[in-house]
Design a protein around this ligand. Structure first.
Ligand SMILES: O=C(O)CCC(=O)C(=O)O
Ligand SMILES: [Fe+2]
Length: 178
């Protein structure tokens, strides 16, 4: 898993021409793993929201859906939900707000939710996440990604300061939008 995580981060940095930031970037990463168990709300007939819509705060989240449907990703215009249908032997990768801010918006953090629809009553998922380390949690977009056409979208912020008050602000833009 460590290798996969490193590879995804490397692919993202390379795609943006930021290879020279790779060492400092990966040195300040922390990996974590969460096990999730969802139940369908029995008071709902056909479907129930098991995890309400949100953006992850992370750099990336790698979701193992165990072949059970439910994860939905909102389109950018907010008009539609796309089923992130599980694919056998595959993970689903979502970018989070830390990457969105650090890449000055080049990488989007999609809004997503988990909805259980008949006949699914129960769902397990495992989520592997990367976040900044406690010692080095300043998120500051590299200057290569900021220019007249791409003005800075988010003022530099400390990741864990944001995570602590995220619920109060509702979005990263409200917290530190430039
Ligand atoms: O269970 C899933 O498929 C997604 C979980 C998720 O979005 C999260 O834990 O942030
Ligand atoms: Fe999520």
């Amino acid at each position: 898993m460590e290798e996969l995580i490193q590879m995804i981060h490397r692919m993202i940095l390379e795609s943006l021409g930021l290879e020279n930031h790779y060492d400092s970037h990966t040195k300040s990463l922390v990996n974590s793993m969460r096990f999730l168990k969802y139940y369908k709300d029995s008071s709902d007939n056909e479907s129930s929201i098991a995890l309400s819509s949100h953006q992850d705060s992370t750099f990336i989240s790698i979701v193992c859906q165990h072949n059970v449907e439910g994860l939905e990703v909102q389109t950018l215009d907010g008009d539609e939900w796309i089923h992130a249908t599980p694919i056998a032997n595959s993970f689903t990768v979502l970018a989070g707000e830390a990457f969105m801010a650090w890449t000055n918006g080049r990488i989007r953090a999609p809004i997503h939710q988990v909805k259980l629809t008949e006949p699914i009553e129960k769902r397990y998922a495992v989520v592997f996440s990367t976040t900044p380390s406690f010692a080095n949690d300043m998120i500051n977009a590299p200057e290569e990604l900021v220019d007249a056409q791409n003005p800075l979208l988010f003022k530099p912020f400390k990741y864990y300061d944001y995570v602590n008050v995220k619920e109060d602000y509702g979005s990263l833009k409200a917290y530190c939008g430039a």
